[in-house]
Design a protein around this ligand. Structure first.
Ligand code: CA2
Length: 145
């Protein structure tokens, strides 16, 4: 069964606990549960992680080569700043779907830039937690069909 890593970046551990008016009431644990259930339904093995540290995220991406068939990444604010994460994704040559809970293109101009989108198969944003499920479907199409 193909396996996928969902990697979440800084501050996403706070989901559902702070600023629910911006990011909603769903917690990251809720999202993990939704994704695990969906992955089972569509025949993917899933690992889910979150880190507030860019270096930890880089190590996780490097270690993904040979272990997973694809990646789903919500890099949080590192999306808009990290050339290192972009280079890491390019280096492992795995299909990566970029996810954002919010519609980053409808927010402040500094959020319109995504380094990760340059190495992503595609970007899903603005659909809240459902975006992760959509990303799993997109990867399953490439990895299973
Ligand atoms: O919309 C997204 O998923 C983002 O990746 C979320 C990031 C933001 O910096 C990106 O521009 C878009 C922020 C995640 C922080 O989440 C919080 C949750 C609760 C309280 C504070 C932050």
């Amino acid at each position: 069964m193909p396996s996928v890593l969902i990697l979440n970046g800084p501050n996403l551990n706070l989901l559902g606990q702070r600023q629910p008016e911006v990011y909603g009431a769903t917690t990251l644990a809720d999202i993990e549960q939704m994704c695990t259930a969906h992955a089972q339904r569509i025949g993917l093995d899933l690992e889910f992680m979150q880190s507030n540290h860019e270096g930890v995220m880089l190590d996780a991406i490097h270690a993904a080569k040979g272990k997973y068939g694809g990646l789903v990444i919500n890099a949080g604010a590192y999306t808009h700043t990290s050339i290192a994460l972009m280079d890491a994704v390019a280096s492992v040559e795995l299909p990566m779907v970029e996810v954002h809970l919010s519609n980053i293109h409808a927010r402040e101009p500094f959020r319109h830039v995504s380094y990760l989108s340059k190495v992503a198969v595609g970007q899903i944003c603005g659909f809240g937690a459902q975006g992760y499920v959509m990303a799993l479907d997109a990867l399953a199409q490439r990895l299973i069909d």
